[in-house]
Design a protein around this ligand. Structure first.
Ligand SMILES: NC(=O)c1ccc[n+]([C@@H]2O[C@H](COP(=O)([O-])OP(=O)(O)OC[C@H]3O[C@@H](n4cnc5c(N)ncnc54)[C@H](O)[C@@H]3O)[C@@H](O)[C@H]2O)c1
Ligand SMILES: N[C@H](CO)Cc1c[nH]c[nH+]1
Ligand SMILES: [Zn+2]
Length: 430
């Protein structure tokens, strides 16, 4: 893990260490573009071929259906079933609170404006399943899609070695009332949902996190089809801001939790003393030894760094420039830092709030913007699955009160047909 001292970094150096792995993006973009083209032109056949190439499995069909999903779901261990039920309830409770009816507003006498919410009709959920299958992501996307009332929910996840899906995903499907899972992963899954194939239906919006291929494919289809995306939710990241009230073994566990997602995960420690940094590095080595995914985590840690700052406020300044997917405030003084946060996907407050609680079960969504996109995007929520349509109604009194304003503004823009649309009505009102 590299070490920087914040006060010695120039503005350009800070910007450069906040960039995430952009060097290989061109190669990834080219590979993804060719995968997307293949799916667009060859449909299902391309999906069968990529399953063989990337997932090392020869599929007979590209999906499994209700009966088989239910029979796989029945094999879930009892403890996992109970934990999944708890996570489902918490995620549902948190996301249910996000539905708000707005009031109608009379902006002028007789001019009434309001918004109504409508579900996006056809949504596609991508559930990662490359180096680890993530049923938690199924809940994070499926629960808000269900609450929003989306009519068609298409789910894609890479096939497992047996050409099926695992019992945890199958159980989530059952909980969510989803009766088909498409056994398609990576960039090809995103392309299939954006263009549609013989088997996979085309959707209006693609959701879900994934590796760099998945994320690049989402960005590509967004610009080449009428399909929208939730946001760029790529390789996981965490920034821990710590002071002397922090516990280095807790910090190490949080850094390793995100590091084990993938070799391109990034984990940043920003600390007010070199003592915390040294102790955390030592803890990382100890904890790493016991991890089954230690090779992946070690590589991610080697791409990561620590930044020594003079104060928590200075640490927040760096964090806002980095704009982490996850921000952990490992300090008893977290309350005073909350107002200083301007860019972060999801925030974990105090020393007893591990990031993995949000990954699985506290209720907040774990599908979050990465690579600095937390500067402009929010994580997935109920809002991501709906559109807000504006309405307005103008009464005779309203037309008299607003008419002249519109006529004058239309004339100022030289758009006389716009002006006439008002004048013609005013005239008939007399
Ligand atoms: N930001 C978030 O909200 C969030 C949430 C959960 C997970 N994640 C991230 O999701 C990612 C999951 O990654 P994963 O790889 O385990 O699963 P994945 O499902 O994202 O990707 C697996 C697929 O990638 C494709 N692939 C693999 N190597 C390829 C290659 N060389 N060329 C083209 N395609 C290739 C294959 O089709 C494979 O099925 C991790 O990076 C994790 O950090 C992010
Ligand atoms: N930390 C991931 C988001 O970056 C979400 C996740 C799923 N499972 C475990 N973690
Ligand atoms: Zn995680």
């Amino acid at each position: 893990m590299k070490l920087y001292s914040y006060k010695d970094l120039t503005k350009q150096e800070i910007e450069s260490i906040c960039l995430r792995q952009l060097e290989d993006d061109i190669t990834i973009r080219e590979r993804v573009s060719s995968i997307v083209d293949q799916v667009k032109t060859r449909g299902d056949q391309a999906l069968f071929d990529y399953a063989e190439q990337f997932d090392k499995v020869q599929l007979q069909q590209l999906f499994i259906e209700k009966e088989e999903i239910y029979s796989i779901a029945a094999t879930i261990p009892a403890e996992a079933k109970t934990a999944t039920d708890t996570a489902y309830r918490n995620i549902k409770a948190f996301h249910s609170e996000q539905s708000h009816r707005e009031n109608k507003i009379e902006t002028m006498p007789g001019v009434t404006c309001w918004r109504e919410t409508r579900a996006i009709e056809r949504v596609g959920l991508y559930i990662p399943g490359g180096t680890a299958v993530l049923p938690s992501t199924f809940l994070m996307l499926g629960v808000p899609a269900m609450l929003a009332g989306c009519k068609e929910i298409v789910v894609c996840s890479p096939p497992q070695k047996d050409g099926k899906t695992n019992c945890y995903l199958a159980y989530c499907a059952k909980l969510l009332g989803i009766e088909k899972i498409y056994l398609v992963g990576g960039a090809q899954a995103v392309a299939a949902m954006a263009y549609g194939t013989e088997s996979v239906p085309k959707v209006d919006k693609v959701f879900g996190p994934g590796n760099r291929y998945v994320t690049q494919a989402k960005q590509l289809i967004q610009s080449t089809t009428m399909t929208a995306i939730d946001m760029p939710a790529g390789p996981s990241e965490v920034l821990v801001l710590a002071d002397d009230t922090a516990n280095s073994s807790y910090i190490a566990s949080d850094l390793l939790a995100q590091a084990e997602h993938g070799v391109d995960s990034q984990t940043i420690l920003v600390a007010t003393s070199s003592k915390i940094i040294d102790e955390t590095i030592a803890q990382i080595q100890i904890q790493l030894e016991a991890l089954p995914r230690q090779d992946i985590a070690a590589q991610a840690i080697s791409n990561s760094y620590a930044v020594l700052v003079n104060s928590l406020e200075e640490g927040m300044e760096f964090s806002n420039i980095y704009a982490p997917e996850h921000l952990i405030l490992s300090t008893d003084k977290f309350e005073q830092l909350i107002p200083l946060i301007s860019n972060a996907g999801s925030v974990f407050l105090g020393n007893l709030t591990p990031e993995s609680a949000g990954d699985y079960a506290s209720g907040t969504n774990h599908t979050l913007p990465t690579s600095g996109y937390a500067k402009a995007y929010s994580g997935v929520s109920l809002d991501s699955f709906v559109k807000k349509i504006t309405f307005q109604h103008i009464s005779p009194r309203g037309l008299r009160s607003i008419g002249n304003t519109v006529e004058v503004l239309a004339e100022a823009e030289g758009l006389i047909a716009h002006k006439n649309a008002v004048s013609i009505r005013l005239k008939s009102l007399g």
